[in-house]
Unconditional design. Structure first.
Length: 157
């Protein structure tokens, strides 16, 4: 029985040699895997940098591009609709239309810190529509309307 369990020194050397070969092979595989993982991490790092640069370019473009013609037309239409709504709801004379127009445009332009609506940026288009659509008549505008109405009535006499 002890003969069967006994390992010769040659067998022990062979087993050790096989074990060293296996461990060396595993170590090589681990190194290749770690190299591949590092390569993937480097590629991910580069991709994140490129993505950040792309986002910065898109932001720069959005922050410098003014309204396009179809957006200007839609904003004009929104202001015109708001002016008609105010003229009709206050039963105002058509000759005060420009007073109301000026007030709505002033509110829109002032909101964005521009002197002309054409300077509004594309990224602010929806907000510009909202400002125009939500314009509310204030006391200052009512005073300007009264002044214009008085002027119109004085011209009739």
């Amino acid at each position: 029985m002890s003969n069967e369990l006994a390992i010769t020194s040659e067998q022990m050397v062979e087993m050790t040699r096989n074990l060293v070969v296996s461990v060396t092979g595993l170590a090589g595989q681990m190194k290749r895997m770690m190299d591949e993982q590092k390569k993937i991490q480097d590629e991910q790092r580069v991709a994140r940098v490129e993505q950040r640069e792309f986002r910065d370019k898109v932001d720069e473009l959005l922050n410098s591009t003014q309204l396009q013609s179809h957006e200007k037309s839609r904003l004009h239409a929104a202001v015109g609709e708001k002016v008609r709504e105010i003229i009709n709801s206050y039963a105002l004379h058509d000759k005060v239309r420009w007073v109301v127009y000026k007030a709505v445009w002033f509110k829109v332009n002032n909101h964005f810190g521009v002197t002309r609506y054409t300077e509004i940026l594309r990224k602010d288009f929806r907000e510009a529509l909202s400002v125009a659509n939500n314009f509310e008549v204030n006391d200052y505008l009512l005073d300007r309307i009264d002044e214009k109405m008085t002027e119109i009535q004085q011209m009739k006499f």
